[in-house]
Structures are given as C-alpha cells and as structure tokens.
Ligand binder design. Sequence first.
Ligand code: ADP
Ligand code: MG
Length: 375
Amino acid sequence: MTVRRVGIVGCGQLAQMMAQEGRPLGIAFSFLAEGDENTGCVEGLGTIVHAREGSDMEALYRAMGSPEVITAEREQVSVELLRALEQFCPVYPRPDAFEKTQHRVREKTAITAAGLPVSPFVPANNYDEICAAVEKLGYPAFIKSCENGYDGKNQWRVDSDEALAAIRDEVLAQQDEQEYVVEQGVNFSREVSLIGARTADGNVVTYPLAENDHYRGTLLVSTAPAPHVDEELQRTAQEYLSTLMNEWDYVGVLAMECFVSEDGLLINELAPRVHNSGHWTLAGAETSQFENHIRAILGMPLGDTSAERPAVMINMLGVDKEPSQPNEGVWLYGKSLRPGRKMGHVILLDDSQEALAARIDTMLAELYGETRRPA
Ligand SMILES: Nc1ncnc2c1ncn2[C@@H]1O[C@H](COP(=O)(O)OP(=O)(O)O)[C@@H](O)[C@H]1O
Ligand SMILES: [Mg+2]
C-alpha cells in the first residue's frame, strides 16, 4: 500500500496536532515553513521545507514529497502561495476560503451574502470614516483592522467620545492604507463556537457547541458541550455552519465563533482551520477535530463527533509546567516560553458540568495562582 501524504503550510502547534492525530491513520506529513517561521513544534513529525521569496514552486512541492493534498494550519497564510501550490495537487480548504476569512469585511460580506446574521458593521479606511461609522452604530463599538487580527490584537472597544478620541493617534500612527471594520457592540450572554468538517463530496459533521471564556482577548477556557444549550441553539448553529460550508464548497474543518444575544445567534468570525476551541475533542470526543480535518481533506469517511462526557479545555498561557491536579490529558507544544503565549492546554472530563466547574477553578488556581488569570 502506498503511503498517503499530506502537506501542511505552517509549523506551529496546530500543524503539530494535525500530524500527531493523522499519523496513527498511516498518513505521512510534510511541512512548509514560510520565511523565517519557527519550526520547533513539528520537528520529528515529517520533512520540513522552507519557502522563500522566489522559491521554485515545483521544487518546493517535490521537496514536500509530492503530497496528494495540501492544507494550512493558520488563517494568515499567503493565498498566492496556496494558489501556486494548487497547480500540483488540491489545496483544502480552498484558497478562496482563506481569501474571504483573512479580511474582516470580506468575511462579513460573505456571511451576509449567505443570508446569515452578523452584528451591524461599517467598513472604514481612516480615522474620519471610523468616527462616522461609530456615530452611525452607537456605543459601544468595536474597531478592528481588517487583516492580521487575532487573540484580540489590532482592535479597540470604545464606549464614549473620549475613548474614541483617545485612539486617534494610534490609528493615525498606522500605515494610511490600513482598512478597518467598525462593529456594533453585541450585548451577549455568552460566546460559543461550532466546529464542523466537510468532505469534497459534501458529507458534513459538526461537534457539540463549545462555550468560550476569553481573557484579554485570548481564549482561556472552552467547555463542551456548552452548558444549558437547548437543541434549538445547537441546530441553528449547525444550520449556519452547514450553509456556509455548502455554499463555499468547503473542504476540511471550519470553525465559527458566535455571540448568543437577545437577537439570537450572531456570527462573530470564522476560521478556515482547526480551532483552539476544539482542542477539547482530543480527549473529549470520539474523533478529534484534527483527525476529522485530515479525514475530510483526504476524502475519508468522517469520524464520530459525539462526546460521552462534558469536557473542558484550559489554555496554558505563558505557563508550561505539567499540572499536578488530576486531568485527562496535557498537551505541551514545546515552544519557548513568553508571557501570555499559548504553551499548551489541559483537558478535564467529568460526569457533570457541576463536577467540572469545581475542577476548572482548582486547575486555574494551580496554573495562574490566586487571580486564576494569566499574568
Ligand atoms: N461586536 C462585538 N461585540 C461584543 N464583543 C465583541 C465584538 N467583537 C469582538 N468582541 C469581543 O472581542 C473578542 C475578540 O474579537 P474577535 O473578532 O473574535 O477577534 P480575534 O480575531 O482577535 O479573536 C471576542 O471574542 C469578543 O469577546
Ligand atoms: Mg475571535
């Protein structure tokens, strides 16, 4: 039997976990590093190839072992590079999906074009346009740069004229070509996310919704299934995600972050990849999101997404020591330690949400001390 080979653009922890979960299926991996990207996370998991400006594409593809399909571990990947690689094999998710989701206005426009709800938004290209948009939408408003935003970076929440005036210099200090989106602040009761996978022939699976708690814009805790979710919310989320995946002829895992608000479920943003709020599936679901992503892009039957017991995933932000509290799995990515950096995660499983709640608190205390929050 010939070995099936998958190429991954990117060398971080998401690539690491895709390979760790795909290798038991007999699949071989290679990794494409862009520029001077750090490759520590994927060392030992397959061939690592470096793409530089002007690299010969065919030579790169061959050096990657001529994979049968190429995927990417991050959203901010060069679409041009993905399109160039598409000459040699399918690239899933399709480059079009990256192009849409890399840019907040394009993303929101695509979501509304599919008939799905987002918070009211106005594109803005400079400080004056930002002010006009805030005037129209009211306070609180979120101002986000269209590109290169993640973990709450490159965005501001403003709730008064003073706060808006205070960001003026910061906005003006950025390159004048910067594009922004101004969003109406959503009064949400909680944030949830749905992860699904789709194959090229249209099979779709989705996981139970996860509820996400962020700290300073970065995910800290995901609980799945999200506590007290009624069937209707789960069904609505599934319909949204399937609609998007079918409309885009999407292949692979797609993650959808949502607000649960008085006006119902609103889509906040999408990620065309495996997602931090799905890491709980490594121990908590029959098939992990990483395995299902690999299955989806290779056209293999998708695995069971059900979860037998409630699960929680706690991010290890700026800490990388193995916790001593009982747990159902610790993943350390092997990255060098920096404050706030995603160093690993720990998963807890229990018989009830109540039993989990007490254990989350103890685990947060062990990882972060009295405040239960990262430094
Ligand atoms: N329109 C909004 N209304 C209320 N909260 C928001 C809004 N936009 C963002 N947030 C808050 O900021 C967090 C980060 O914003 P998000 O758009 O998800 O950016 P990132 O790409 O950095 O994750 C969200 O998880 C949410 O808590
Ligand atoms: Mg987000």
